[in-house]
Ligand binder design. Structure first.
Ligand code: P6P
Length: 339
């Protein structure tokens, strides 16, 4: 097997940790622990297709172990990995009603970071063998180290993230993340269990011809989004655009970041505040999109400027190539902003 010439994720972290303005050692250990948990989840996700061998969630598998739902498994894998390494003082997860407080060995909360995570986004796609992802967001705590972590440490506006990223469990498994100095993608070589730098300095093409939205909800969309979708479909200039919607946020944004495009999940009748979660889906994806030169908005406000009020709050989300997002916003601004 040829030795890979690409840099490994471990080498990249060490080479770039001086860029990180805070305590670089801890962030490196934090990214490393996410890397490890991603390998554990990847192994489980990749064998999910063998359901009749490993059993449905809730069954006991041939080893007599309880078969966990994959999103519960992923949640446990990331929480256990982060807890055991004493790097964070708290974790919020889509799978957990409240945030989890993590105390250090001496019972103190000396660690400086909190992590917010969607452990397995799009997990309903697993049964149909479609890519899914893990999304993570990292903040520096705002309450004093040594005191128990509190809700305000998690309810920070997205522009204060110190790092964010996703793992995509697709035709290959990749980690894509940023610490505020651009976006880099690493692909797992499963034979070696090593991630290699495969997509250095990912950048959103300024424009594109792909729009990603669940048009089944069209009748419930705000008029501005309806107008924008019709704009995408007109026979004009570089249009009609191509419609591509996987139904997995990480997969749709990842493809658009490479090819150019826009992802839209607006408010609908079923989800009047949008479906996507602000803290552990939209904030990290918006951080990455902006770091790659794109834009992310709720139609009126920059996602990263929204002041959160609750852990699991939802928001409308429009993210992707800057000129496409600006065009969509121009349609939204023709109509009064909903309260
Ligand atoms: P719909 C998956 O459940 C998810 O949170 C995102 O990953 C995805 O883009 C969206 O919801 C799909 O939602 O309503 O179009 O099926």
């Amino acid at each position: 097997m040829a030795v890979q010439k690409n840099k490994t994720l471990g080498e990249f972290i060490i080479e770039n940790q001086s860029e990180f303005q805070y305590s670089s050692g801890e962030l490196s250990r934090l990214i490393n622990s996410i890397r490890l948990a991603a390998k554990v989840v990847n192994h489980e996700v990749n064998k999910a297709g063998l359901v009749d061998i490993i059993g449905e969630a809730g069954d006991t598998n041939i080893q007599g172990e309880d078969q966990q739902k994959l999103d519960v498994f992923a949640n446990d894998a990331f929480i256990n990995t982060l807890t055991n390494r004493e790097i964070v003082c708290g974790i919020a997860s889509e799978e957990e009603e409240d945030f989890i407080t993590i105390q250090g060995r001496n019972g103190q909360n000396d660690n400086k970071y909190v992590v917010l995570i969607d452990p397995l986004d799009g997990s309903s796609n697993i049964d149909v063998n479609v890519s899914v992802g893990t999304i993570f967001s990292i903040f520096r705590r705002v309450t004093p180290p040594g005191t128990p972590v509190s809700l305000e440490d998690f309810l920070q506006p997205g522009h204060r993230q110190v790092a964010a990223g996703y793992i995509i469990y697709g035709t290959s498994t990749m980690i894509v993340y940023s610490t505020g100095h651009g976006v880099n993608g690493f692909t797992l070589n499963p034979a070696l269990g090593t991630y290699y730098l495969s997509h250095p300095n990912l950048s959103f093409p300024k424009t594109g011809n792909i729009y990603s939205v669940n048009e089944g909800n069209y009748v419930h969309f705000p008029q501005g989004i309806k107008d924008y979708i019709k704009y995408c479909q007109e026979e004009e200039e570089d249009r009609p655009y191509t419609s591509r919607y996987i139904g997995s946020l990480v997969s749709d944004v990842h493809r658009n970041m490479i090819k150019g495009g826009i992802y839209i999940y607006p408010n609908t009748a079923k989800d009047p505040n949008g479906k996507l979660r602000l803290l552990y889906e939209c904030n990290p994806m918006a951080f990455l999109i902006e770091q790659a030169g794109g834009k992310a908005t709720d139609g009126f406000r920059r996602i990263l400027d929204i002041q959160p009020t609750t852990l699991h709050q939802r928001t409308p989300f429009i993210g992707g190539s800057a000129s496409m997002v600006e065009k969509a916003e121009s349609f939204m601004h023709r109509y009064p902003q909903r309260d």
